[in-house]
Write a new protein. Structure first.
Lengths: 391, 141
């Protein structure tokens, strides 16, 4: 039985919307090892960011990932505000929090749908995405776009939430609560889902800590971490809400965490809308001084971290990004191994992977396994490319 | 109208290939299939393999790694295969034009039949684009 068969998943696989390549090494039906091949979605955003003005970078980092397209700009503006010691107006902080929680709602609904799709339960997919549409309508009403909201700005937000928007927002939330009840029932009471998800892809608490897993994936294994509570940004410290933690660590627990978090999000948005003060939404920042700053937010998938260094000009000289999936995807190495091939798909999807956030690139010599390009080589490559473009 | 074209445009089976997108275009493509927009009423179905597809929906900027895979993918598709570039990235690389990892436009790698711009294009725009393409193939203007 030592003969290992490789089952490829990807790079273009019906189960994934993004190109990514997993090599499952199998013995019989059991997965004994897994290889994760990255690099299909690398676009060099950190480097591009160094060529953009501080106010242009939010548009760029927004396009790192379509699902967390608020979390990246949010973390970035937190970093720049930390760097320049900017006081953000109260109302802007409330609006940021509302947008961040709306995003969590739409992202968790999206995940529930995709998870249903992965286990062949397309009804859940269609229902979840149907209830996701009203959330997108709210985005369109508030920000003008269904996705890529372009709300974050250094020192504030770009658009106000109008008085006339509030009734519809509240009505949508009221209608979403019964939908969340429905999903709770559909997932928690369905014997088929129990059979497919319970005890599958288990990550123990020790493994979570060892693999530095973050977000709902970690919280489903009993690790009580949440940036919103541990290092509050926005107005999370002024709002009453709970961190959802489950103990089991299997895929079912991850689904439960996400469903229960939707209730928290609905409650947070309701409180924000009620408590939101009137006033300015922008601090009108003129210059960003030299220095360095960090910002992190709890994206729907976990902690999203940005580091920005400035030398006093109008561009960042270094912008480092660490997205939550970067650590979560690696944990598949322990979660998948020991399971069967048919469970691998849902286990891979259970961390709610977002490969476009994750991508790093390295050029390696296959014979010697040595890195060919280092950071300075990349700088040289991009300088050469600029020269070519100028011609 | 030839039999081939008639059969092709009756019920389009689409395969969705992501070059190196930000994911949003892909989500909007899936969104087109869900109840509010429901592309299945036009006979449009997402298929699991490019070998079954009539239309290849491509999103994102090609990068060093995907530029070869997307070419191979197009070669595997049964011809005639219509290619639709969905989103600003696939149409013209927009803000990733200057990236060190973005060697060329999509239409320099494979022939593209329709461009749907937008970042991301709204589901209505994607539907409209596909319908326009069908009409063009049928020879109606
Ligand atoms: S066009 Fe916009 S939404 Fe589409 S993949 Fe590119 S950045 Fe993302």
């Amino acid at each position: 039985m030592s003969h290992k068969i490789v089952v490829p998943i990807g790079p273009y696989h019906p189960l994934q919307e993004e190109p990514e390549y997993f090599r499952l090494y199998t013995e019989g039906e059991n997965v004994v090892d897994i290889d994760i091949v990255l690099g299909y979605v690398h676009r060099g955003i950190e480097k591009l960011s160094e060529s953009k003005h501080f106010d242009q970078v939010p548009y760029l980092v927004e396009r790192i990932c379509g699902i967390c397209s608020n979390s990246h700009p949010f973390a970035y503006v937190n970093a720049v505000e930390d760097l320049a010691k900017i006081e953000v107006p109260e109302r802007a902080l409330y609006i940021r929090t509302i947008i961040a929680e709306l995003e969590r709602l739409h992202s968790h609904l999206l995940w529930i749908g995709l998870a249903g799709h992965f286990i062949g339960y397309n009804t859940v997919w269609m229902w979840a995405w149907r209830y996701r549409e009203p959330v997108l309508d709210m985005f369109e009403m508030i920000t003008g776009n269904r996705q890529h909201y372009a709300m974050m700005k250094v020192g504030g937000v770009r658009r106000d939430i109008l008085e006339t928007d509030v009734p519809l927002l509240k009505k949508t939330l009221d209608e979403l609560a019964p939908a969340a009840d429905m999903f709770k029932g559909a997932v928690m009471d369905d014997p088929v889902i129990h059979a497919r998800l319970k005890g599958i892809g288990v990550l123990t608490k020790e493994q979570v800590i060892e693999w530095c897993v973050v977000g709902p994936t970690a919280r489903a294994s009993g690790v009580d971490i949440d940036v919103r509570r541990d290092d509050p940004y926005g107005v999370y410290d002024k709002i009453d809400w709970n961190v959802i933690v489950q103990k089991e660590g299997d895929v079912f627990a991850k689904a439960v965490v996400r469903i229960l978090e939707m209730y928290e999000s609905i409650s947070i948005i309701r409180q924000c809308v009620d408590k939101m003060p009137k006033g300015e939404i922008d601090a009108n920042v003129k210059d960003v001084p030299a220095g360095e700053g960090i910002g992190h937010v709890e994206a729907p998938r976990g902690e999203c971290f940005h580091y920005v260094r400035s030398d006093g000009t109008n561009r960042p000289v270094r912008h480092k990004i660490r997205a939550p999936s970067y650590v979560n995807v690696a944990s598949n190495k322990v979660a998948c191994v020991g399971g069967t091939i048919s469970d691998a798909a849902i286990t891979l999807a259970a961390v709610d992977p977002c490969y476009c956030c994750t991508e790093r690139t390295a050029v390696i010599d296959r014979q010697t396994d040595k890195k060919i390009l280092n950071g300075w080589d990349l700088v040289r490559l991009s300088q050469e490319k600029t020269q070519r473009l100028k011609k | 109208m030839s039999l081939k074209i008639n059969a092709l445009t009756k019920s389009l089976w689409v395969f969705h290939a992501a070059c190196s997108p930000c994911n949003n275009c892909d989500i909007e493509i899936l969104d087109v299939l869900t109840p509010r927009f429901d592309a299945e009423r036009f006979g449009i179905v997402l298929v699991g393999s490019v070998r079954h597809a009539d239309v290849l929906l491509v999103t994102g900027v090609p990068n060093m790694k995907t530029k070869d895979t997307i070419k191979a993918l197009h070669a595997q598709a049964p011809k005639p295969c219509l290619v639709v570039a969905v989103g600003g990235c696939a149409c013209g690389r927009v803000m990733f034009r200057d990236s060190y990892n973005s060697p060329c436009d999509l239409d320099e790698i494979i022939p593209v039949d329709a461009y749907i711009p937008g970042c991301p294009p709204k589901p209505e725009a994607i539907l409209a684009g596909v319908i326009k393409l069908i009409n063009k193939v049928k020879g109606k203007e």
